[in-house]
Design a protein around this ligand. Structure first.
Ligand code: SF4
Length: 113
């Protein structure tokens, strides 16, 4: 057995393991996507100032939310919110496999119109 055949075998073994792992992740992510609510202490949520209740956003830190237009911004009218209806919780494309509150907000809010 030469070094090339060993490395090819190791590569194939690693590729199979990776494919299985990704397949498993995909299934479990899909299964949990409807159940997992984003928490406000999530690192990305904190970095973006996300709050479940938009009225509790620190407007000194996020003045965009404090202005007249900002007060009209909620997750359920953000372009990244998956369900275009006012409502409770839905996926946000920014937070993979997590649900955000319809009346929430974060600094990445994008106009849907
Ligand atoms: S990107 Fe939009 S939908 Fe997602 S958390 Fe921020 S405001 Fe809400």
């Amino acid at each position: 057995m030469n070094n090339e055949s060993i490395s090819r075998r190791q590569f194939l073994r690693g590729s199979c393991a990776t494919a299985l792992a990704l397949g498993g992740l995909s299934v479990s992510n899909t299964a949990s996507a409807e159940d997992v609510k984003l928490t406000e202490d999530d690192a990305t949520a904190q970095a973006l100032g996300y709050k479940h209740d938009a009225s509790t956003v620190d407007v000194a830190k996020y003045p965009k939310r404090g202005g007249e237009e900002g007060k009209k911004q909620f997750c359920d009218n953000c372009a990244l919110y998956a369900i275009k209806e006012e409502g409770d919780w839905a996926p946000c494309s920014l937070f993979q496999n997590k649900l955000v509150a319809g009346k929430g907000w974060c600094n990445a809010w994008v106009s849907a119109g």
